[in-house]
Design a protein around this ligand. Sequence first.
Ligand code: SF4
Length: 479
Amino acid sequence: MQTPLMCGVFGIWNHPEAAKLTYLGLHALQHRGQEGAGIVSGELQADHFSRHHARGLVADVFTEEALQELTGPRAIGHVRYSTAGGSAPANVQPFKVDTLRGPLSIAHNGNLVNFLDIRRDLEREGAIFSTRSDTEVLVHLLARARAPRMEDRVREACTQVVGAYTLLIMHRDGLMGVRDPHGYRPLVLGKVGGAWVLASETCALDLIGGELVREVEPGEMVSIGLDGQLRSERLYHAPDATPQACVFELVYFARPNSRIFNEDAYEARRKMGMQLAREATPEADLVMPVPDSGVPAALGFAEQAGLPFRHGLIRSHYVGRTFIEPTQSIRNFGVKLKLSAVRSVVEDKRVVVIDDSVVRGTTSRKIVEIIRTAGAKEVHVRISAPPTRYPCFYGINTPSREELIASRMSVEQTAEYLHADSLAYLSEAGLHEAVHDQLGPTRRFCNACFTGRYRAGLEIIEGRLPVVGNLPPETETAA
Ligand code: SF4
């Protein structure tokens, strides 16, 4: 079983249509998780929060009636991704509990590397867990914290966990947004009318007609209280916590119309394509993207290489994204359902096809096959990121190292496996340059899935591979 990986959060404070706007915000964040969605809402200083959550897409989970039940001027919401076996309804967030100090709700994007150790300690002390999610550990830590101020209780809980977490916390007297000291996952602060909004990406603000105020900084805790004022505090002093924003958010995950980590996702992708063209333009007749996520990089590549840009692959929008579908069988089936080549574009042409990643290689191999079957003379694959050689422990569901083709094969071997005439990846330095960063000790982006250089939880990862949300069989976790 696995915890939610790659999720989206949205929260709003003091708006007469809080739940409806949260619903819309979750719609805009749907690309961050398609397996479950939930909203918790409440009156100010309420003794009880309302919750509606279920497996499925946002549009299917919430009916008009369900939204009407979610009363109150404040709400937090969550869209969730999970892998096979981890999609039990109980795991769908936001979580909601009643504590001695009133109701508490929490929505989490990220992954707590050391959650299993904490969970075992809590179980030994008599704690009972109702889900298999790492986020529930945070709920327990928060409920047990003694400090009188909520901010200090959050601080107390967060100093015990290691890993990636962007949190929205709704409590009796306020709404909080927290980013871990490394800031792996994004969180932006905005306003709609007079109401404060917190969201994973700016695309959620755009949809509801809100405006961006600023990003919540790594290691920052913002807190909105009953007076409607926003206060900011350092989560805790972490001297070794250099920012480690997930560069993969800009490569692939964020919506291209979003601005996160103070970067425009579309522009970053276009620059990745331009840099890739500087590094590895083959002799070719045209450039085409793997739609949709490869489009900005392909535009940049074509512009830099001086080659025509064409839509040689057409995507069906009625099939989910293959990278985040749960099982191999669906993934394989999905490629053919999803992509078709345009024969008139590719026939007798030497094509450069741009994608943002090669994970297991099975999808890329099928794409090359589809293009060749439509009559392409040569297929040159260009990837607008370095090879993905290592798994992610910070909230993105990459497969194990053995399954990652780039960890098993050289670039030449991979090209052969894909049946591509050539294959090239963007260099690490080129990727960092595209996001206004530099390689080296001061880099502000995490690139561990390309380099294996993990930051948060490094000692744990070196000691033994973290479970990344996997709980061992029940017998091993019994207190
Ligand atoms: S390991 Fe890769 S996917 Fe995970 S946080 Fe770092 S850059 Fe992002």
